[in-house]
Design a binder for this molecule. Structure first.
Ligand SMILES: [Zn+2]
Length: 340
């Protein structure tokens, strides 16, 4: 059966043991995926660099979240089947399809790839103990708990409230006094000191690198870093979603694309508020009154369409000049009444 060949090929392409790592450096959070057991041992083959705070926001709004977590929560019956005969490739089909459904480029979801490792090792861990039946379910539940925790902590600790000027850490202690930020496994490792540039020798420095066991490890590790650095999240005044605003406390809008044209909230929102504001300006009110009068005159046949068009074009110009302070409101009104 070709699906079986697909499965063997799919799992075969992966290195025997993948490891996801995460560390922070100044104002960045850096994710990487590396092989632990090949010739290229330790060489990262995927690296993602985010501004400190960004990955947590991306996780909160990730469109793949429901699909991936849903797939993981369904996995226990499949795992049960496999554990009865791990060498029977046919039994792997449902879990393979589930893994296909749970593919994501987002680093938080890399732990789903543990399924590949499980397959490679015939459902046994390096110490010989089999994976528990609900192991992948538990990864799914950990994603769920992490998502709830992000929602809780982000609003309470990192959102700018500016009322009492309390730091993120002070708010954390006050609101979550019993919570400890546990995470494992962390090891001290050399990491690139700066981004690789061709022709320049690589330079390294030491960092504490997290190799998460569960999704919540990622969350707790990052919460700790965010609290330490007093990260600031704000709600975008246009789309209402959180964005990272550390060091930019006067920014009101996010950089998310809002439509197919590729425009972002930051690009479109100021123009929208300008139109909103203009609605209430005295120049706009006077203009609207005159416009209605002349429009009904045109509808009644007392004014030609051409003249009305010409008038409204000129009136709009005068209105904008008035709003910009180039002519006074009195001048504008006089022009509307007398035409000069
Ligand atoms: Zn926005």
């Amino acid at each position: 059966m070709s699906l079986h060949n697909d499965i063997i090929e799919f799992f075969g392409r992966y290195p025997d043991k993948l490891s996801m790592g995460l560390y922070t450096q100044e104002h960045d959070e850096i994710f990487f995926v590396a092989c632990l057991s090949d010739k290229e041992k330790g060489t990262p083959f995927e690296v993602g660099v985010f501004e400190l705070g960004q990955s947590m926001i991306d996780f909160l709004y990730d469109p793949d979240y429901e699909r991936i977590v849903g797939a993981l929560l369904e996995s226990d019956s499949h795992v049960k089947q496999i554990l009865e005969a791990p060498n029977d490739v046919a039994r792997w089909v449902p879990l393979y399809l589930l893994l296909q459904a749970a593919q994501s480029q987002f680093f938080y979801f890399y732990l789903v790839q543990e399924i590949v490792t499980a397959y490679k090792s015939k459902m046994c861990r390096p110490d010989g103990t089999p994976y528990p039946i609900d192991y992948f379910c538990e990864i799914g539940r950990s994603y769920q708990r992490l998502r709830e925790r992000v929602k809780d902590i982000v609003g309470v600790c990192f959102e700018e409230t500016s009322k009492n000027g309390a730091s993120a850490t002070e708010r954390y202690i006050e609101n979550f006094p019993l919570d400890t930020l546990l995470y494992r496994d962390v090891s001290g490792e050399p990491v690139p000191a700066r981004p690789y540039k061709e022709g320049e020798p690589m330079s390294y420095k030491m960092a504490e690198v997290l190799h998460p066991r569960m999704p919540e490890d990622i969350g707790n590790f990052l919460f700790f870093q965010y609290l330490k650095e007093n990260i600031l999240f704000k709600r975008c005044e246009n789309c209402q979603k959180y964005f990272v605003a550390t060091g930019r406390s006067n920014v009101k809008y996010c950089d998310r694309m809002v439509d197919e044209t590729g425009k972002t909230c930051r690009q479109i929102a100021p123009a929208m508020t300008f139109r909103e504001k203009r609605k209430d300006s005295p120049a706009e009110k006077v203009f609207n009154r005159a416009y209605k009068t002349l429009h009904s005159r045109m509808s009644a046949g007392k004014l030609s369409k051409e003249l009305f068009k010409e008038w409204s074009k000129e009136a709009r110009q005068k209105r904008d000049e008035c709003a910009a302070g180039k002519i006074t409101l009195e001048d504008f009104e006089r022009w509307l009444v007398d035409g000069d």
